[in-house]
Design a protein around this ligand. Structure first.
Ligand code: NAD
Length: 262
């Protein structure tokens, strides 16, 4: 389906980003991976997904720190050099910190806004001209249920994700007649390293085991009482990249087990 297309997935060394990168590579897109941590492991898994897909996709890695605009620029340009173009941009890198506003460390606020929001702006401002010029492009921003509703203790994350949904809508309008679509996916709980940290914190706080901490986390927000998987989000990302989604513009698509329906 995506044979010959080229993709950049930020924060794709683990979790949701890695799931989306594997699906894109399996569908034939050349993929530039990015993120901290185990780059070799991610490259290995994406290489195997590309091979299994049998459509000749190539995978590469760039270690840009998404809080640094100059490194984001270097990554976008090296993707264009390596693959000839950048057709699909998935803005996924993200971090979390939980504290009330009055206790929130200012440097954590700045890091969350930089990595969860401004990085998407920088990658988009660099990638959109080429997409518009070629008359085809896809931007998929991984926002959150917290892009639509709030939770106590997550002011920076909620502000960044609401901002990302707003950025998505504004850019979608700017691109509306160009063949480029810009959309957001808003997951509820997905069991990744980012959420396991919150499960661990709850287990310690409540004095319960891992399974009970997960049950309590889900019960508080997600009526389905099930985690969404990275694979399910990857299927949605593939749909947004397909021609069936040519006229899907500026949506903030919840995959949240009923979280935001309440
Ligand atoms: P994760 O911790 O597994 O992955 C985060 C990725 O971002 C990793 O690859 C990490 O290396 C990368 N990253 C972090 N800081 C970076 C930096 N400075 N530069 C480059 N890369 C950096 O977490 P995840 O749950 O897969 O989260 C992915 C995205 O999904 C995030 O934007 C998160 O807010 C969003 N999200 C997650 C959930 C959930 O329940 N897990 C729900 C809604 C939205």
């Amino acid at each position: 389906m995506l044979e010959g297309k080229t993709a950049l997935v930020t924060g794709s060394t683990s979790g949701i980003g890695l799931g989306i990168a594997l699906a894109l590579a399996g569908s034939g897109a050349h993929v530039m991976l990015n993120g901290l941590g185990d780059a070799d492991g991610a490259l290995d898994r994406a290489g195997r997904a590309a091979q299994a897909g049998g459509r000749g996709a190539r995978v590469r890695y760039h270690g840009a720190d998404m809080s640094r605009p100059a490194e984001i620029e270097d990554m976008v340009r090296s993707c264009e050099r390596e693959f000839g173009a950048l057709d699909i941009l998935v803005n996924n890198a993200g971090i979390q910190h939980v504290a009330n506003v009055e206790d929130f460390p200012p440097e954590r606020w700045d890091a969350i806004i930089a990595i969860n929001l401004s990085s998407a702006f920088h990658a988009m401002r660099l990638a959109l001209p080429g997409m518009k010029h070629r008359g085809w492009g896809r931007v998929v921003n991984i926002a959150s249920a917290h892009g639509l509703v709030a939770s106590a203790g997550k002011s920076a994350y909620v502000a960044a994700k609401h901002g990302l949904v707003g950025l998505t809508k504004a850019a979608a309008l700017e691109c509306a007649a160009s063949g480029v679509t810009v959309n957001a996916i808003c997951p509820g709980w997905v069991l990744t390293p980012l959420v396991q940290q919150q499960v661990d914190a709850r287990a310690a706080r409540d004095g319960v085991d891992d399974a009970e901490a997960k049950r309590r986390l889900l019960a508080e927000k997600q009526p389905s009482l099930r985690f969404t998987t990275p694979e399910q989000l990857a299927e949605l990302a593939l749909f947004l990249c397909s021609s069936a989604a040519d006229n899907v513009l500026g949506v903030a698509w919840g995959v949240d087990g009923g979280w935001t329906a309440q």
